[in-house]
Design a protein around this ligand. Structure first.
Ligand SMILES: *Cc1c(COP(=O)(O)O)cnc(C)c1O
Length: 350
């Protein structure tokens, strides 16, 4: 703390990202990155862009990428918003669309950045408990609110909410913005983007960090009614006109165009998940049903923090949350088959 700080900085509670270790030998199954590299076409596009043009500012509207996203999802360019990672997109959403008198609703077990943005923008919230099976119950969101946000599949549980249940939430709160954070939707869910033309209160966010293996590039997006997008553009253009650099624009656009590589790598991750779930269940773990590129598991006889420490000694890092309701769970990202085997071997006989 310093006398130079603005008063409100003293009370901020920042988000704590998963560890990014400097040691490269570690099997890193803690931050849900994709074990397969980005599309070779995305890498080639960025290499071509690595030239003298970098002295020029990028297109502030990232039109090339907006068009690629619009084409991919069958929407119009003015229904697409882009940002420096979906975390930045979410920040603008909280700032521009979720700041109201009534509380924002999100699940009690959810992406831990949501309460951080509430703190940053002075938004009151009401954490709605997941049910006993760690599922979102749509009926619990049918109450007065200033907005609703939830990841689908949820994080860190991996559990998917079916599209008709998402629709139930949208119908019950027609006067609130409902944000569906689809960071993991490509690993087994169905996107709610198909609903944006029918629900002007729906905003869907996605990221290229997980299914398109570009966490290092920082590209995220939102799709919704042009009026919602316009609010986000107003915030963006009052904050940073150039959130996406030249490399990010061409790399992300090429990634969206390379469907074949995308389909193949998503399929490999899903196959790994199915295999690891079976292996963990054979060791006595209870694994929540996952539609994501990670699984959330607990062992009835072994303490989660102890298991995480044991794995770490063997060079495998997984994520453990101290939050009370989930303190006995481990969140494990899917790696390559070799990395997943290191996990299974590291757990040993339980
Ligand atoms: C990873 C993640 C994000 C953020 O993704 P970036 O685009 O890398 O900022 C957003 N929401 C959820 C639920 C995530 O897991």
């Amino acid at each position: 703390m310093s006398k130079f700080w603005s008063p409100f900085v003293k009370n901020l509670v920042p988000y704590v990202p998963g560890e990014q270790p400097k040691l490269t030998k570690l099997v890193k199954l803690n931050t849900n990155e994709n074990p397969y590299g980005p599309s070779p076409k995305a890498l080639a596009a960025m290499q071509t862009e690595l030239n003298d043009n970098l002295r020029l500012y990028p297109d502030p509207n990232s039109d090339l990428l907006k068009q690629a996203v619009a084409k991919y999802y069958g929407v119009q360019s003015n229904q697409v918003f882009l940002g420096n990672g979906s975390d930045e997109v979410l920040a603008h959403i909280f700032h521009g669309l979720l700041q109201h008198d009534k509380p924002l609703l999100f699940p009690d077990i959810s992406y831990s950045f949501y309460p951080v943005y509430c703190g940053l923008y002075g938004i009151t919230f009401d954490a709605v408990p997941l049910d006993e099976q760690f599922q979102i119950n749509p009926a619990d969101y049918a109450k007065p609110n200033g907005g609703i946000i939830f990841p689908n599949p949820n994080a860190p549980t991996g559990c998917l909410l079916a599209l008709d249940a998402v629709e139930q939430i949208l119908k019950a709160s027609p006067d609130s913005v409902v944000v569906v954070d689809e960071a993991y939707i490509d690993f087994g869910g169905e996107t709610a983007i198909s609903l944006v033309d029918r629900y002007p209160n729906l905003l869907v966010t996605q990221t290229l960090s997980k299914s398109r293996s570009l966490a290092g590039l920082r590209v995220g997006l939102a799709v919704g009614h042009p009026d919602l997008i316009e609010a986000l553009e107003r915030i963006k253009n009052s904050f940073n006109s150039y959130p996406l650099d030249r490399l990010a624009i061409v790399g992300a656009a090429a990634a969206f165009e390379d469907r074949e590589y995308f389909d193949k790598t998503c399929r490999l991750v899903i196959e790994s998940r199915d295999k690891v779930v079976g292996q963990l269940e054979a060791k006595g773990f209870e694994v929540l049903p996952s539609a994501a590129n990670f699984i959330f598991a607990r062992h009835p006889k072994h303490d989660a923090a102890g298991l995480a420490a044991k794995l770490r000694e063997q060079g495998v890092i997984v994520r453990h949350f101290k939050q009370e309701r989930i303190a006995q769970f481990l969140r494990i990202s899917m790696g390559t088959p070799e990395q997943n085997q290191a996990l299974i071997d590291g757990l040993g006989d339980l």
